[in-house]
Design a protein around this ligand. Structure first.
Ligand code: HEC
Ligand code: HEC
Ligand code: HEC
Ligand code: HEC
Ligand code: HEC
Ligand code: HEC
Ligand code: HEC
Length: 408
């Protein structure tokens, strides 16, 4: 017995010496700060290294925590039970495409599948795995499938207003081949994807060189040097090696959002994922609408065009997207916060709500400026046939801020 105790004590001492040695060594290594390794999760073809946004938690904990909840961050994700909004439960897991074909949505050990089946056949026509999910699910989702390195959009989507599986908007009412997904489609929904085909119109991507969803680096650009610098100089509270939003021009600040919020743009010779914050968007792509007919823009995806046509924008010198939006927060339905933004410009000492509308009506609407001046408008593109003569469309807030008499 005593021999055993002696053995345990000696073993204990040896372990503590070893552990102690590493603790001290590790501490020393940190304070000397000569070499800090930050793993790269993906590399842009231009050489820019992407890192995990969890790296930012150390110094920007609240922003990261908030950001993980946003539609931006969740705009493109790996498909799994949590991220797919469509249901796999009996009774909700089918889509009748036409009188011959029905889609079944099936959960297997290996993943989640779309399986169209002809009425007179016993086995599905194909079984397609949903690998990636596009869309946070605020309005709907589309599903992408890998076939080796080729990426395709599957025929069935999910539509939030009806909480059901649907035929993708724009698809024919018959079984259609999966659509190739090109880099343009991904540019607005994810931080980085690398096309390996050599042609911007081909759908081959590097499967392991991705940054999913819209993360910090999509809006702030390269951050690796910033992180290394601040880890080495914790006493420096002034941001270094990062583009400062406040030092950009109004157009540059608008461009940072317009990249994805001004509709489908016509590209110059530049490729997708080449624009970064601080660049001049016009050098990368042009608006593909006529600025004289702004009122006709669809509310889906073109907040930029509509805002630019509003008097609030044309008559002020400072208004941009971040005047009303905190890009790090999920703010949907937080009307009190949005209304306060209006009042920052539209109230005076003598008139706290400088609105010439009917004061009784305004009070009835709880002073909700947006309800009357940025009403919900039905999208002309985000809609699906529901029954034979009924369509369901997504309602989107117009950014053409103005006077809408019909809302009253
Ligand atoms: C070791 C600490 C540290 C880490 C890690 C860190 N930052 Fe920072 N960052 C700072 C400091 C200090 C500032 C200046 C004070 C502030 O604005 O919070 C700053 C400021 C910023 C700014 C504001 C720039 C401006 O407009 O003034 C951005 C953007 C930013 N960081 C992005 C990031 C991102 C993205 C990550 C993660 C990839 C990250 N930071 C990780 C320390 C850090
Ligand atoms: C890389 C493309 C991209 C950039 C850059 C971008 N957005 Fe978005 N934004 C999107 C996409 C895609 C969605 C829809 C996400 C979803 O629901 O899947 C979205 C959604 C939003 C929403 C709705 C959020 C919600 O809760 O539904 C707001 C508000 C928004 N963006 C504002 C901004 C602002 C402000 C900027 C500039 C600071 C900006 N975006 C920059 C692509 C982008
Ligand atoms: C030019 C930028 C852009 C491109 C390209 C683009 N989208 Fe979007 N998409 C958006 C924006 C912005 C939103 C949300 C804001 C809105 O509705 O105005 C959105 C919304 C969506 C939504 C609904 C998300 C939700 O939950 O609300 C889906 C699904 C979607 N897009 C799929 C796709 C697919 C699939 C492609 C490629 C074939 C694509 N998008 C290409 C910008 C883009
Ligand atoms: C949709 C684009 C977008 C995304 C995504 C985004 N930011 Fe920002 N960020 C901005 C803009 C725009 C500003 C300037 C805001 C302003 O001036 O009101 C900003 C400001 C900042 C600032 C300085 C001001 C502040 O609010 O403290 C920090 C720090 C920052 N971002 C860190 C991050 C981190 C970390 C992430 C990822 C977790 C991130 N951002 C994701 C657009 C974005
Ligand atoms: C940066 C300041 C600013 C902000 C923020 C702002 N506006 Fe304005 N708005 C203006 C200016 C300036 C005008 C032009 C006033 C004039 O013509 O005398 C204007 C005009 C208007 C008009 C008259 C439009 C017309 O076509 O005649 C309405 C309505 C309006 N704003 C509502 C709003 C609402 C609602 C919000 C919040 C969602 C808002 N504004 C936010 C500055 C702002
Ligand atoms: C004057 C204030 C104001 C400005 C400026 C503004 N927005 Fe908005 N935005 C709003 C309000 C209010 C909503 C509705 C929020 C809600 O429904 O919860 C909204 C909603 C959105 C949505 C979601 C639309 C939907 O219904 O799904 C997107 C995307 C968006 N804004 C992008 C932008 C972009 C990009 C810019 C700059 C070009 C911008 N916004 C400028 C006030 C503003
Ligand atoms: C019940 C609907 C309603 C609500 C809520 C409402 N307004 Fe109005 N507002 C109107 C109407 C209608 C007009 C145009 C009145 C006219 O010209 O006859 C108007 C006019 C305006 C104008 C133009 C003033 C001018 O004479 O040029 C501004 C600015 C404005 N509103 C701001 C606001 C703000 C800020 C809020 C929120 C605090 C708000 N409104 C809430 C209905 C509304």
């Amino acid at each position: 017995m005593p021999k055993n105790i002696k053995y345990i004590i000696i073993k204990g001492i040896i372990i503590s010496v070893i552990v102690g040695y590493f603790v001290v060594l590790k501490k020393e290594a940190n304070t000397t700060g000569e070499y800090i390794d930050i793993p790269t999760i993906a590399t842009h073809i231009n050489g820019m290294e992407f890192i995990n946004s969890a790296t930012c938690i150390e110094c920007h904990a609240q922003i990261v925590e908030d950001h993980y909840k946003t539609a931006h961050y969740n705009s493109l994700q790996l498909a799994n039970k949590r991220t797919i909004k469509g249901s796999f439960k009996n009774g909700k897991n089918t889509l009748v495409l036409n009188d011959k074909v029905t889609f079944n949505f099936v959960e297997k050990d290996s993943g989640f599948y779309q399986e169209p089946k002809f009425k007179d056949q016993n086995t599905p026509f194909y079984s397609a795995k949903m690998d990636l999910v596009v869309g946070s699910g605020t309005k709907g989702q589309s599903y992408l499938m890998w076939n080796n390195n080729d990426l395709f959009q599957l025929q069935a989507s999910y539509f939030t207003p009806t909480d059901s599986w649907i035929n993708s908007p724009g698809a024919l009412n018959q079984l259609s081949p999966a659509r190739p997904v090109i880099e343009r489609c991904l540019e607005c929904h994810t931080t980085y994807a690398q096309n390996i085909s050599g042609s911007k119109n081909r759908n081959q991507f590097h499967r392991n060189n991705w940054v999913y969803g819209i993360d910090c680096q999509r809006c702030h650009g390269s951050v690796k040097e910033h992180v290394i610098y601040h880890k080495q100089n914790p006493e420096d509270k002034i941001a270094k090696h990062i583009i400062k939003h406040a030092s950009l021009s109004r157009q540059q600040r608008l461009d940072a959002c317009a990249l994805c919020h001004s509709g489908l743009r016509t590209k110059t010779t530049e490729r997708a994922f080449s624009f970064w914050i601080g660049d001049t968007l016009r050098k990368f792509s042009f608006l593909d609408y006529d600025e004289a007919s702004l009122n006709e823009l669809d509310v889906h995806g073109n907040q930029y065009g509509l805002l630019l046509a509003s008097k609030c924008f044309t008559k002020s010198t400072s208004l941009d997207c971040t005047t009303c939006h905190n890009p790090h927060k999920k703010e949907r339905d937080n009307f009190a916060s949005f209304n306060q933004k209006c009042l920052n410009c539209h109230s005076t000492n003598s008139n706290p709500i400088n609105c010439s509308g009917d004061q009784n009506e305004i009070a009835k609407m709880n002073n909700n400026c947006i309800q009357c001046h940025m009403p919900l408008v039905k999208s002309k593109t985000m809609k699906i046939p529901f029954t034979e003569n009924e369509e369901v469309s997504v309602d989107i807030r117009t950014h053409l801020i103005g006077i809408y008499k019909e809302v009253n």
